[in-house]
Design a protein around this ligand. Structure first.
Ligand code: ADP
Length: 159
């Protein structure tokens, strides 16, 4: 059984993340999408909110689980019997950071491999940070995020 972990901040999950996740779910037996707690960075959404929105967005993907974790990704992967980490690549600008991250993980644990996936071109430019920026300026994010995220953030803005 090939288990893959798709780790990230997902603050919030976007259609780009979802496309990567669907591709991974088609390749591996089980994919765990896992929100990383980042102690240093105060997020836009809480980890619980992010997990809940991912759960609502992945409805229908039967071999996908949603979770959150703290600490090293490789330790989390080992604990779940996963040998694969999924990461997405958008542009050359992602490459340097992603390469360094995957090589660090592989130096820490050589059994764990990183697999890079790309999205459909129409989702390629989407990032959580630009979505937060659009929201801050009262712009329309409906094209960029799954429906449950759109509804949640629309209502959250009114609070
Ligand atoms: P990070 O883990 O660096 O905080 P994110 O949570 O935003 O990043 O994203 C998790 C992973 O998904 C990263 O590998 C990132 O490059 C990838 N990713 C995010 N958005 C897209 C997209 N639109 N197309 C392809 N990959 C993406």
């Amino acid at each position: 059984m090939k288990i893959a972990i798709y780790p990230g901040s997902f603050d919030p999950i976007t259609k780009g993340h979802l496309d990567i996740l669907k591709n991974a779910a088609g390749i591996f037996d089980k994919v765990i999408i896992a929100v990383a707690h980042n102690g240093e960075k105060k997020g836009f959404l809480s980890v619980n909110e992010r997990v809940e929105l991912i759960k609502q967005s992945v409805n229908g993907l039967e071999n996908v689980e949603v979770d959150a974790f703290e600490g090293l990704t490789i330790e989390y992967a080992k604990k779940h019997g996963a040998e694969i980490l999924i990461r997405g690549l958008r542009a050359v600008s992602d490459f340097e950071f992603e390469m360094q991250l995957s090589q660090t993980n592989s130096a820490l644990c050589e059994d764990i491999k990183t697999v890079f996936l790309t999205t459909k071109p129409k989702y390629n430019f989407i990032s959580s940070s630009t979505i937060r920026e659009i929201l801050n300026n009262n712009g329309d994010i409906s094209k960029f995020v799954p429906e449950p995220v759109f509804e949640y953030l629309k209502n959250k803005g009114r609070e």
